[in-house]
Design a protein around this ligand. Structure first.
Ligand code: DQA
Length: 145
C-alpha cells in the first residue's frame, strides 16, 4: 500500500518558520520519522512538498495511478483552495487532512477548512505527531474498507 503525503506552501521552511507555533523539526525530519512509522505499519509513503497550488492539484490527480490514499497538510491552501478540494473529491481516494497547529485555537480565518469536508477526517494540534496519527487513521480506514 502506498500513501502520498502532500505538504503545502511554506512547510519547506519548518524548523525556522515560527518555531513557537510549528515546532523546531524540519520537514525532512518529520518525513523521515513518518517514513519509519510507515515501515512499522507496513506501508510505503511518498512525500511531496510544493508552494504552488496547481502542482498540488497535479499530485492529487497522479495519486490515482498508484496510491491507496492521501495524507495532506494543505497549509494555507486549507483555507482558500477550491481547486485542491475539487481534486480530492474527483480522485475518490481517501484523504486525511493534518495540521501541526490547532487551527481551531488560532485566527478566525484558520478555523475553516475548505478541504476537510471531502476528507475522511482531520487531525490538528499535535505537532509532528499529527502526521503519525493521521497516517494510522488513514491506513486503518483503508484496511477496514
Ligand atoms: C498549518 C496551519 C495553516 O493555517 C497554516 O497556513 C500553515 C500550517 C499547520 O500545519 O498547522 O501553513 O497547516
Amino acid at each position: 500500500m502506498k500513501i502520498l503525503v502532500i505538504n503545502g506552501p511554506n512547510l519547506n521552511l519548518l524548523g525556522t518558520r515560527e518555531p513557537e507555533v510549528y515546532g523546531t523539526l524540519s520537514l525532512d525530519m518529520i518525513m523521515s520519522e513518518l517514513q519509519k512509522y510507515a515501515e512499522e505499519l507496513g506501508v510505503e509513503i511518498e512525500p511531496f512538498q510544493s508552494n504552488i497550488e496547481g502542482e498540488i492539484v497535479d499530485a492529487v490527480q497522479k495519486a490515482r495511478i498508484d496510491c491507496s490514499g492521501i495524507l495532506m497538510n494543505p497549509a494555507a491552501y486549507t483555507h482558500t483552495s477550491v481547486a485542491i478540494r475539487d481534486a480530492v473529491s474527483a480522485v475518490k481516494l481517501p484523504c486525511v487532512e493534518v495540521h501541526l497547529s490547532n487551527i481551531q485555537d488560532r485566527e478566525e480565518f484558520r478555523k475553516t477548512s475548505i478541504i476537510a469536508p471531502v476528507c475522511i477526517g482531520q487531525i490538528a494540534g499535535f505537532g509532528a505527531n499529527s502526521y503519525k496519527l493521521g497516517l494510522k487513521a488513514l491506513v486503518d480506514s483503508i484496511n477496514s474498507n
